[in-house]
Ligand binder design. Sequence first.
Ligand SMILES: Cc1ncc(COP(=O)(O)O)c(C=O)c1O
Length: 389
Amino acid sequence: MKKTGNYDFDAPVDRGGTYSMKWDKYKGRDVIPLWVADMDFLSPPAVIDALNKRVNHGVFGYTLPPQELNDIIIGVMENEYGWKIRKEWIVWLPGLVTGLNVVCRAIGEDGDDVLTAVPVYPPFLTAPGYSRRNIIKTDLAEIDGEWRFDFERLEKAVTKKTRLFLLCNPHNPVGRIYSMDELSTIASICIRHNIVISSDEIHCDLLLEPGKRHIPIASLSLEIADRTITLMAPSKTYNLPGLGCSFAVISNQGLRKNFTAAMNGIVPRVNTLGYAAAIAAYRDSHGWHEALLDYLRENRDLVITSVNRMPGLSSRKIEATYLAWIDTRPSGIKDPVKFFEDAGVGLFDGNEFGTPGFVRLNFGCQRSLLKKALERMAMAVKKHAESKF
Ligand SMILES: Cc1ncc(COP(=O)(O)O)c(C=O)c1O
């Protein structure tokens, strides 16, 4: 069995009996679930040890944000991104989607517009409506084989009522890590139109492209930080989404006050196990994290090569995340999700990301399972292509 460092990401893990959202969707059916974004790997050993220790204590009362964790976050932001943040800027949240919805309620008034670029993670598209705002969508463009912002189109989409821009960086589902230039241009458009930026950076530690680094948009300048709410979490990287622990970083006191006011009475505290796991993840899991990225890089390469060999299917470069965004439109497959489910693979529907004809594939799983899923897909697509002649 191939090991990456001391960690065996090839070892199968049976997730049956854990009420896994990902696996139970297809319970009793021979469908490999590669849809929702959690990974099939064990969390880092340090996290499992910390949780065992906390569970063995046996009392699970209301828990304050640990000072130790705030200090760890401050250190990570400075060391990884050269971004100096203060403890008072951190607002703990029981989920990042909660943060997206709180942002929409905290900024502007009922009836205002919220702008985002599609395809994008589905809660970006639903949060504005839940908060009595209107969603305005602009399309990302495919330029020179990669997904980019079309800045002219983005600025044209701004209305008089646009108060908030929802950015996803790295971008789920297209896997882009935005450059300093791209982020500066986005920020200058937002400054010109007095728009607050909500920057979802949950995938910031899942960088697969050598030489590329993550830049928090708020770290670009004080002026940009002043209009930005950054949302982060250890959940994607360390595979802890069931523990509900994430945070916002908001340097502008007024914005922070509006944000916490929108949380009042509705948003619960972070649970005690989430905090214990977050400390061990950020502080004690570097080796595991590096090994994970190596494993994911190989999975990514396998997905890109295999998908681009399937007639009528294509996937662009994936710089970050463990998600592949697959264009099925040239294949003529009518309902791609159903088509691949019938072939034994469960994918996420592009419609929900604002872009029909695409599917999203989660490659955060054991390579043998991924290979099996890709073989099933290849066989079905080949049959479909042959049936057209
Ligand atoms: C961009 C993005 N934001 C937020 C989330 C989910 O955050 P949470 O589970 O903390 O609500 C995901 C999960 O896939 C995501 O991709």
